[in-house]
Design a protein around this ligand. Structure first.
Ligand code: OAD
Length: 239
């Protein structure tokens, strides 16, 4: 696709809204579709509070595997294009559902992690957060207070952090260009964000090689992988 029916050079406030497809070219598996994590692992056994309570080590081993996989990959061209756009249009932010930290590894600064981070562990008793970006393993699975730590991420049946959601809503309500990349748009409340952007008056673009539940609400759909789609978008912005 070479021609867009918009002129992004006039946009002043961009939100990139990313999902697992953004990291696919970095070698991180998506959740659904071919090779999807939830085809291999039942979330009921690996990604919810009740699984953690009944078998914490199994759940922590699963998340350690996720960290090791994320570390095997690295940010791709698309992550760096977002970076370049951040330099051109200062009011650019990223709202990601991804927990792999790939945007930050590409030096993006303004990243809101809706579903938390694989690189943070939380003590439920003290509220202490332990952070480790250096390797796939934590030195200890226990807090200094003796409690077992849980990944500081949103599991199935968890409620998103209120402040994080409010921040996301405020960013989306004031953007004039909303670019959704690599999300199947089936997990709420995140899946409601494109509609919020649209209702708030933003021009909405979807970059995804496949049709999604929400494709019809976008003003422009780019049926490409993230890196190609972002290259096309950047060309339009800089031309
Ligand atoms: P999904 O795995 O549901 O969807 C991935 C999307 O990426 C699909 O629409 C693919 O077509 C698309 N895709 C695949 N390769 C791509 C590429 N190279 N470029 C662009 N798009 C590509 O992932 P999410 O929508 O992110 O929640 O999943 C939402 C949430 O469900 C996740 O945050 C996770 C999961 O359960 C938690 O962990 C809390």
């Amino acid at each position: 696709m070479d021609n867009f029916n918009f002129s992004p050079s006039s946009f002043k406030n961009i939100v990139f809204f990313t999902g697992a497809g953004m990291s696919a070219e970095s070698g991180v598996p998506t959740y659904r579709g071919r090779g999807g994590i939830w085809n291999e692992y039942k979330w009921e056994e690996y990604a919810c509070e009740s699984a953690f309570r009944s078998n914490p080590d199994l759940v922590l081993d699963f998340h350690e595997l996720r960290r090791i996989e994320a570390l095997k990959g690295k940010p791709h061209k698309g992550h760096f294009i977002i970076n370049e756009i951040e330099d051109i249009i200062k009011n650019t932010s990223i709202i990601t559902q991804n927990i792999d930290g790939m945007h930050q590894r590409a030096n993006s600064k303004d990243v809101l992690e809706l579903h938390g981070s694989l690189w943070k562990m939380r003590c439920e008793t003290e509220g202490t957060i332990y952070e480790d970006l250096d390797n796939g393993k934590y030195s200890s699975r226990y807090c200094d207070c003796g409690n077992i730590l849980r990944p500081d991420i949103i599991w199935f049946q968890d409620i998103l952090k209120e402040k994080v959601v409010q921040n996301a809503i405020s960013m989306i309500s004031s953007c004039d260009l909303f670019v959704s990349i690599g999300t199947s748009a089936v997990v709420y409340p995140a899946a409601g964000f494109p509609r919020l952007a649209k209702d708030s008056g933003a021009f909405c673009i979807e970059i995804n090689p496949e049709k999604t539940e929400l494709s019809q609400i976008f003003d422009e759909v780019i049926r490409e992988k993230a890196s190609n789609g972002l290259a096309l978008l950047k060309k339009q912005i800089t031309d």
